[in-house]
Design a binder for this molecule. Structure first.
Ligand code: CA
Length: 226
């Protein structure tokens, strides 16, 4: 496994046996794992490096899981899964209140751990802003900003722009746009794509100096730098 491409996971857990077990399970499926044995170390590492998911034990000596979570949330939105030894509702609620995304109760099955880590990874990806030239897309807030100006897009226009942005520099066909953005196998007319591309151009390109949406005749469209 090429560790440079493995999603980086931080495990903040003072019980070495549990930390080691989690490390083995996650590394086995291709994650790169860093272990912190206490809250202070965990917080320092989480702030200094970009992890894709953080597994954070609730009960830590010194700086506790809730405090680490709160302190981290002032700076970063890395998905956090709280690990709690107790199946107590108040622990879960206080973790979620502190900004955690999910929690898992110890002892847990490997399948559950992996499923929750994958879900947290997807959440993290959806939070990442996308950039192309002076266009920025914030998927989670469903916002698009060009040259500092917030674009007023309908739901469908946003979905279309988001799709083009995820495939920036690649030519996408009308058919694949229909399938991915409209979400069904469209038989026949693909004119609806052209109509929406026109709407998008009026909002994304025309008010600005340089067009980002380009037509590739006979093939489809591409979003790329001017
Ligand atoms: Ca603990």
């Amino acid at each position: 496994m090429d560790s440079a491409n493995s999603p980086a996971i931080l495990v903040v857990e003072d019980e070495r046996r549990i930390a080691r077990l989690i490390e083995l399970e996650l590394e086995h499926v291709g994650f790169a794992v860093t272990i912190a044995g206490d809250g202070e170390t965990g917080l320092r590492l989480a702030l200094a490096q970009d992890f894709e998911v953080i597994l954070l034990d609730l009960m830590l000596p010194g700086l506790g899981g809730i405090e680490v979570c709160k302190a981290l949330r002032e700076h970063k939105r890395t998905p956090i899964i709280m690990l709690t030894a107790r199946d107590r509702t108040e622990d879960k609620v206080s973790g979620l209140d502190a900004g955690a995304d999910d929690y898992i109760t110890k002892p847990f099955a490997t399948e559950e751990l992996l499923a929750r880590v994958r879900a947290a990874l997807r959440k993290g990806v959806s939070r990442q802003e996308l950039k192309l030239a002076d266009l920025i897309i914030l998927p989670e807030q469903r916002r698009a900003i060009r040259a500092g100006v917030m674009l007023e897009l309908t739901t469908r226009e946003f979905d279309l722009l988001h799709f083009l942005m995820r495939h920036a520099d690649k030519v996408v066909s009308r058919e694949s746009i229909l399938r991915q953005v409209w979400g069904y196998d469209f038989e026949g007319e693909t004119n609806v794509v052209d109509v929406y591309i026109r709407y998008l151009r009026m909002k994304v390109d025309e008010p600005f100096e340089s067009p980002l949406i380009h037509t590739i005749r006979g093939v489809g469209y591409v979003l790329r730098k001017p």
